[in-house]
Design a protein around this ligand. Structure first.
Ligand code: FAD
Length: 404
């Protein structure tokens, strides 16, 4: 006989989007099951730099864009959660840095300084006296300027662990979902999805199915053949540096254009070593380079930006990763999070870790409009199913291989 399970909402994908939503929906009294085909956080989420952007990265050319506006409330929202007073208690998640910094290797232009000091941004940006610069910039070799941005940087692996903690009975490992296992009615509603694991199968039904599977949303998009939703991938070639010194740095370096020349965050590996994780233009422009060439480009950039530091004993590794997002004209960056309901299916991308709470809020409002209320719950057949593992921090994985 076919084994069955049922919940009010079924989520596919255990990255930040699915896990945040799972917490919020369960708080609202709905029964929820989340299925993950890899490891929890192991998609884009663990590869993120953990910056809770407030939009400054998108205003570096001196103009407040729509993108900057849509994300500007996020730091305050997250800070409330991180202090234990928000919608989700994240008080156990370490804040790696209370500020993200913006530095220029030379003096800022007067136009940009004026913009940063303007009333619109005055609460979000602060010009710093030299004695408050991050330690690495206290060296006399540094001739530039530093601003502090009101954007916290958080420990993403612990964030994922905390979001899973209270929900272990609702999170299940599955083998990659196959579109043939999705059953639809004549109106195009999804009736059920059959999930598999280690030779077992269960047919799952729900009032609403939510796809927060990152790049894995492609399975449902292809199946639906709808014109309402399409996906794009924007690749990055990130660089990790095991540094021979311990300078914690969380900062964007101002380049000539509107995007940061390099973005640095700092993480500590289990063996105590200090890892600089490098993104920004280095990662965007490095997409066509192989790993060795990208490492050389990173070495050159670090030598140019930190001439007083010696990176010759540093170990380097690189990581190719696609950002999975709703398709934009010309492959541009989306301006905010995205959610679309098609029949009883929701397809969603946060587009940024920082926007996961906004995405969850939008989805909850859509569910309310669709009158999704507590009704279904039957998980008996899933009781013996395994939980997906928590993903390992990427530096733990990468410095065992791919080292130059
Ligand atoms: C290098 C990099 C740096 C970034 N830095 C930042 C930053 O500093 N700040 C910020 O705000 N944003 C940042 N981002 C963006 C942010 O990481 C992503 O927007 C966010 O993590 C996406 O979360 P998600 O849950 O949608 O997807 P993912 O984290 O990719 O999660 C999707 C999950 O679904 C699972 N899955 C796939 N297919 C299926 C299936 N069929 N069934 C079940 N499960 C499935 C995957 O295994 C995965 O675990 C960064 C992104 C990258 C790539």
């Amino acid at each position: 006989m076919k084994k069955v399970a049922a919940a009010d909402v079924v989520i596919f994908g255990g990255g930040i989007a699915g896990l945040w939503l799972l917490n919020r929906l369960r708080q609202a009294g709905l029964s929820v099951l989340l299925f993950e085909s890899g490891s929890l956080g192991g998609g884009q989420t663990h590869k993120s730099q953990g910056i809770i952007h407030g939009g400054m990265k998108y205003a570096l050319h001196g103009v407040l864009t729509n993108e900057a506006r849509s994300i500007s409330d996020m730091p305050a929202y997250w800070k409330k959660c991180l202090s234990g007073k928000g919608e989700i208690d994240l008080s156990a998640v370490p804040i790696l840095s209370a500020y993200n910094y913006l530095w220029a290797p030379h003096k800022f232009t007067s136009r940009l300084t004026g913009f940063l000091a303007s009333a619109t941004l005055s609460s979000k940006v602060e010009a710093l006296p030299r004695e408050h610069y991050p330690t690495v910039f206290q060296n006399p070799g540094f001739k530039g300027e530093v601003f502090a941005l009101d954007e916290v940087v958080i420990d993403v692996p612990v964030l994922v662990r905390e979001l899973v903690k209270a929900n272990q009975d609702a999170v299940f490992k599955i083998e990659p979902l196959c579109d043939e296992e999705l059953k639809f009615d004549d109106q195009g509603n999804l009736l059920s999805a059959t999930v598999y694991m280690s030779g077992k199968s269960v047919e799952v039904t729900a009032q609403q199915f939510v796809f927060t599977a990152g790049a894995g949303n492609e399975v449902i998009i292809k199946k639906l053949k709808s014109h309402e939703v399409a996906m794009q991938r924007r690749p990055l070639h990130m660089v990790l540096v095991k540094t021979p010194f311990d300078y914690p740095l969380y900062a964007h370096c101002l380049g000539l254009g509107s995007r940061p020349r390099i973005t640095v965050t700092t993480h500590h590996a289990q063996d105590g070593s200090t890892i600089w994780y490098l993104g920004g233009l280095l990662a965007e422009d490095g997409v066509g380079r192989d790993s060795a060439t990208q490492i050389q480009a990173a070495r050159d950039e670090l030598r140019a930006l930190f001439p007083w530091l010696d990176f010759s004993a540093a170990e380097f590794a690189t990581l190719m990763i696609d950002r999975a997002e709703p398709l934009q004209k010309g492959g541009l960056k989306p301006e905010s999070s995205f959610t679309r309901i098609i029949k009883n299916m929701t397809i969603a991308w946060p587009t940024k870790l920082a926007l996961a709470p906004k995405l969850a809020e939008d989805i909850m409002q859509q569910l309310q409009t669709n009158n999704i209320s507590p009704q279904l719950f039957d998980v008996r057949e899933l009781r013996s199913w395994p939980m997906p593992p928590l993903a390992k921090p990427i530096w733990e994985d990468l410095f065992c291989k791919n080292v130059a």
